[in-house]
Design a protein around this ligand. Structure first.
Ligand SMILES: *Cc1c(COP(=O)(O)O)cnc(C)c1O
Length: 399
């Protein structure tokens, strides 16, 4: 079976970070070396995660209590939780199913007198051209925060100028993962100073928990080699565990409650070291291969299948979502054919405020039909072609 995902790090990355655990490297030096790899149009703050970064930045913006923050409707649940934690109201913005970009129409509909911010997420590996959205926001004095967690394409692109901040994630399941970590670019000097000061007062992430994170990721990566993946599924069956659920839980960054306490941490030295390594040694060839496979699958499938975001700008196929007619049937069929597709549990649709009509009906309706196909650079082209054939055949029969 081809597992849903193979974590994007190499064994050499692990040996490199091991050294940082053994020798207590100087943190300031590690930080400066990392900053040298990321010259951006603004101030850079390496953070422990994008969630930490969002929490940090929102903490420095003194918008009135109850201010509204527009959000790309599909994102990870914690992002809306963090907005609520700061006393603001998340308002979902609908997405265009073809491009996965927020629609201007929905932005207009969702905006009120109380709107102060917009968190726009580049989803699935696409990168939205934000020019229309930025001019819309500028006219209404709305600050735009750019969530680039799924959109890292190497160190040459560091976000869209015009956004107040851009946030890149190096979390476990992301491109070029450092098993945590994020790079924030902040383009307002005053906000940057406040942010850096507040960040310096946070405790530093402890080595032990980062060590456990690495151990878990290593195990997950080992399981993604096909023979071992078979053993893993067998064990889950014996233990009567749903392997899908087990796997989804395994790579979750901050499990359990008490999110804010867990994310209020500065990155530790080993994480800074690994972040620098991942950015400095970004493997453009490996990455280009993923893009090529994604395009290949898209081109074979787009006439038969409902794809999600396939017409997005600059698509790099971090994940490959489709809109299935009957998701459960399709997933079982794919598993029988040797492909581990999943409905995923990591993203959700932001709930609309209670007193208001839903401003994201399109993506909310589509959401239950989403199935993620396995696709990564290590898959041979023939396998991707076979995946395309199997999905198209199954969907034409289900339709
Ligand atoms: C992964 C992800 C995040 C969170 O990134 P962390 O660095 O793990 O906090 C935020 N938004 C989106 C859309 C993501 O995919």
């Amino acid at each position: 079976m081809w597992p849903r995902k193979r974590l994007d790090f190499g064994w050499m990355d692990i040996s490199a970070v091991r050294l940082a655990f053994v020798f207590r490297w100087n943190r300031t030096r590690a930080l400066n070396q990392l900053l040298n790899e990321w010259p951006a149009d603004g101030h850079t703050v390496p953070a422990m995660s994008v969630r930490s970064g969002l929490h940090l930045i929102l903490g420095q913006l003194d918008w009135p209590e109850g201010s509204e923050v527009l959000m790309s409707a599909m994102t990870i649940p914690d992002m809306a939780r963090i907005v609520r934690h700061h006393g603001y109201v998340p308002v979902p913005v609908d997405l265009d199913l073809d491009t996965a970009a927020p629609t201007l129409e929905s932005l207009k509909q969702a905006t009120t007198q109380r709107t102060r911010g917009l968190i726009v997420a580049h989803l699935f590996g696409t990168r939205i051209d934000l020019s229309h959205i930025l001019s819309f926001a500028a006219e209404r004095d709305i600050a735009v925060l750019e969530d680039c967690a799924q959109a890292f394409v190497g160190p040459d692109w560091k976000g869209t100028p015009g956004c107040l901040a851009s946030m890149f994630s190096f979390g476990t399941i992301k491109t070029s993962t450092a098993l945590g970590g994020a790079m924030l670019t902040i383009r307002d000097p005053e906000l940057a100073v406040a942010t850096i000061q507040a960040h310096d007062n946070w405790p530093v992430q402890d080595r032990v928990s980062y060590g456990f994170r690495i151990a878990r990721a290593v195990l997950t990566k080992i399981l993604s080699y096909r023979p071992l993946f078979a053993v893993f599924r067998l064990c889950c069956r014996i233990l009567r565990r749903d392997y899908d659920h087990t796997l989804n839980n395994f790579v979750r960054g901050f499990p359990g409650d008490d999110l804010i306490r867990q994310i209020e941490r500065q990155p530790g030295t080993p994480l800074l070291v690994l972040l620098r390594r991942r950015i400095r040694r970004f493997d453009a060839t490996h990455f280009a291969r993923r893009v090529k496979l994604g395009e290949r699958l898209r081109d074979t499938a787009h006439t038969t299948l409902g794809l999600l975001g396939h017409r997005g700008d600059n698509h790099t196929f971090w994940i490959f979502p489709i809109l299935a007619q009957r998701p459960r049937e399709l997933i079982s069929r794919l598993r029988r054919e040797g492909f581990d597709a999943t409905r995923g549990e990591s993203m959700e649709i932001v709930t609309a405020p209670e007193d208001r009509s839903d401003t994201a009906p399109v993506i909310r309706t589509a959401f239950d039909r989403i199935v993620y196909l396995p696709l990564y650079a290590d898959m041979p082209e023939e396998v991707v072609d076979r995946l395309g054939r199997v999905v198209c055949e199954a969907e034409s029969q289900n339709g």
